[in-house]
Design a protein around this ligand. Structure first.
Ligand SMILES: *[C@@H]1O[C@H](CO)[C@@H](O)[C@H](O)[C@H]1NC(C)=O
Ligand SMILES: *[C@@H]1O[C@H](CO)[C@@H](O)[C@H](O)[C@H]1NC(C)=O
Length: 489
C-alpha cells in the first residue's frame, strides 16, 4: 500500500505528465541480417548475466537439455529468433559460476560425446548445487521434458543428487531485458509501427462507414503487419465495436456506424520481442467534432489507472503488492470499482516471465505469477479496463487500454515505451454536416452488446504454489512420473 506522501507524489506526477499523445510514423525495421546480428549481441549480454542470477539463488550450475521440437521454455531466450527456430538433435546448455571454465557449456549431438562432454565439464566446474527446469506452476521454469529429464538423470551419475529444481532462475533469465538501450530503441521502433498501424486502421482511410466490419479490420491489421511491417505476431488481433443500445445491434448489423466506439487488441513479434497494445477509436457523427464527454471521461479514468499501475511498479515488489497498491489508489481517487487491472510482463514471450499484476477475471493476489518480483531491466504490458457509466447508453462501459512500459534508470520509474493513448483515434463521418445534426429516428431498442475478448486469452489456470523442499524432491518426482532414478538418491 502506498503511504499518504506517496499518494500525493503520484497525484502530482499524474498532473504533470498529462502529455499529448505522440503521432507515430511507419518506420522500416533493419534488414534481417542486421536484426540477427543485434539479437545475437543481446543473447550474449544475457549469457553474461546468468552466472550472477545463479549465485543470487544459491546455485553453481543450470542445465538445460532438449530435443528438436521439444524445446525448453527458456530456449527462446537463448538464441536469435531470426535464424534459430528450433533446437537440433539433442541441444544442451550448462551455465555455471566457475570463472575458470567457459560458460555456457553448449553441445548439440545425439551421440554419447554430448554426455561425455557434460561429465568432463562437471568435473572441472564441480558445482555444489545444479538447477533444472522442473516446476509445477510456472511454465518458464518447467521446460525440461519428462523423457529428457529421465535421460539426464540416468546419465548424471554422482552429480544427480546435487540436482534440484529452481523456479526463480528460469523466470528471472527470461524476464531480464539484457540488451540495454539498443534493444529498447528497437522495441520502441516496433511500438511506433504498431501505433502507426492503429492510427491508420482507425481512420477514414481504412474504415468505410456503413461497409467495413470488425472482421474486415482485423484482417487488414493482420495483412498490414505482415506485408507493410514485415513482422509476425503472437496472437490474432481482435477488433470490437461498442455501440449505443438505440442503434441496430452489432450482431445483426456488423458494418461500422457513426457513433461507434472501436477497440483493438494487437501485438507484433520481431527480433525476439513481442508487443501488446490496446487502443480505442470513435466514429464521429456528422454533428460531432469529438466523442461524447462520457466516453472521453471513460478514457480519462483508464488513463489514471494506467498511471497508478506504471508508478506503483517498483523493482523488488511482487506483482501482488503492486496490484493491491493500485487498487488502493483507485479507491482513494474514487474511480469506478468495477475497473480491472491485468498487467503482465512482456519480452521474449507476449505473456512473459515475471510479476503478474491481477488477471482479467481474477482481481486479487495471483498464486504463482503474483509472487514473482518486478525487476530492473524489465518490461511490462500495462493492461486494464477502466469503467464509466455512459448515460447516453444507459449502462456501464469498459475502456480497455494497454501500453508497454520499461524501467528507466534516469527517471527511476517505469516509462511508456512509445506513449500513452490519451485521446480517441477519430474516424471522420462520411458527409460532415455542420451545425444541427439530424435525429436517427429508427427507434431500435437493443440489449447491451458489449463484446468480450475472444482474442488472446487472459485466463490462465493457476494452482496453489507448493514450495519444493530439496530433500524430498527427487523421490516425489520419481514416484509421480515413474522415473527409474531412485537409485541415484
Ligand atoms: C580458479 O582458479 C584460481 C587460480 O587457479 C583458483 O584460485 C580458484 O579457486 C579457481 N576458482 C574456482 C571456482 O575453481
Ligand atoms: C448529434 O445527433 C444525434 C442524433 O443523430 C443526437 O443524439 C446528438 O445529441 C447530437 N449531438 C450533438 C453534439 O449535437
Amino acid at each position: 500500500m502506498v503511504s499518504i506522501t506517496g499518494w500525493l507524489t503520484i497525484c502530482a506526477l499524474i498532473a504533470s505528465c498529462a502529455a499529448k499523445q505522440p503521432v507515430a510514423q511507419y518506420r522500416p525495421l533493419p534488414p534481417l541480417r542486421e536484426q540477427d546480428a543485434l539479437e545475437n549481441k543481446w543473447v550474449q549480454m544475457r549469457y553474461d548475466r546468468i552466472p550472477e542470477i545463479l549465485e543470487r539463488h544459491g546455485y553453481d550450475a543450470w542445465i538445460l537439455t532438449m530435443r528438436e521440437y521439444a524445446e525448453d521454455t527458456a530456449f527462446r531466450a537463448l538464441v536469435s529468433s531470426t535464424t534459430q527456430f528450433w533446437g537440433r538433435r539433442r541441444t544442451m546448455w550448462m551455465f555455471h559460476t566457475n570463472p575458470n571454465v567457459t560458460s555456457p557449456f553448449h553441445f548439440v549431438s545425439l551421440k554419447d560425446d554430448l554426455w561425455d562432454g557434460l561429465l568432463d565439464t562437471l568435473e572441472q566446474v564441480n558445482p555444489k548445487k545444479i538447477a533444472i527446469n522442473v516446476d509445477e506452476d510456472m511454465a518458464f521454469s518447467d521446460g525440461l521434458h519428462t523423457g529428457e529429464g529421465h535421460k539426464l538423470m540416468s546419465k548424471l551419475g554422482k552429480w544427480a543428487d546435487r540436482v534440484t529444481p529452481c523456479r526463480d532462475i528460469g523466470v528471472e533469465v527470461i524476464a531480464t531485458r539484457a540488451g540495454g538501450k539498443e534493444q529498447l530503441e528497437m522495441y520502441r521502433l516496433l511500438q511506433e509501427n504498431v501505433w502507426a498501424m492503429i492510427q491508420e486502421g482507425f481512420s477514414e482511410r481504412v474504415i468505410e462507414i456503413g461497409k467495413t466490419t470488425a472482421e474486415d479490420l482485423m484482417w487488414w491489421f493482420r495483412e498490414t503487419m505482415v506485408w507493410k511491417l514485415g513482422s509476425r505476431t503472437w496472437f490474432h488481433p481482435s477488433v470490437e465495436i461498442h455501440r449505443s443500445p438505440d442503434e441496430p445491434a452489432v450482431e445483426d448489423h456488423p458494418a461500422m456506424r457513426e457513433g461507434d466506439m472501436l477497440h483493438v487488441d494487437i501485438g507484433i513479434y520481431a527480433m525476439g520481442m513481442n508487443t501488446d497494445t490496446q487502443h480505442l477509436g470513435y466514429i464521429l457523427r456528422s454533428n460531432e467534432t469529438a466523442p461524447p464527454q462520457s466516453l472521453q471521461d471513460g478514457l480519462a479514468i483508464a488513463n489514471k489507472m494506467q498511471d497508478f499501475n506504471r508508478l506503483e511498479m517498483r523493482p523488488g515488489l511482487t506483482g501482488d503488492q503492486v496490484f493491491w497498491a493500485i487498487r488502493g489508489d483507485m479507491t482513494k481517487a474514487k474511480l469506478n470499482e468495477h475497473g480491472r487491472i491485468y498487467s503482465h510482463p512482456i519480452g521474449d514471450y507476449g505473456h512473459s516471465a515475471g510479476a503478474v499484476i491481477g488477471m482479467a477475471d481474477w482481481q486479487t493476489s495471483i498464486p504463482g505469477g503474483g509472487e514473482n518480483k518486478v525487476l530492473k531491466d524489465y518490461w511490462t504490458s500495462v493492461e486494464l479496463a477502466g469503467v464509466n457509466y455512459i448515460p447516453e447508453w444507459r449502462r456501464e462501459q469498459n475502456f480497455e487500454l494497454e501500453e508497454d512500459v520499461y524501467w528507466c534508470e534516469e527517471t527511476d520509474r517505469f516509462e511508456w515505451v512509445f506513449g500513452q493513448q490519451t485521446e480517441f483515434h477519430l474516424v471522420q463521418p462520411k458527409n460532415r454536416k455542420h451545425g444541427h445534426g439530424h435525429q436517427h429516428g429508427h427507434g431500435h431498442k437493443h440489449h447491451d452488446h458489449e463484446h468480450k475478448h475472444a482474442g488472446h486469452g487472459h485466463r490462465h489456470g493457476h494452482k496453489n504454489l507448493g514450495h519444493h523442499t530439496e530433500a524430498s524432491w527427487m523421490s516425489r518426482v520419481a514416484a509421480k512420473l515413474g522415473w527409474d532414478i531412485v537409485r541415484w538418491i
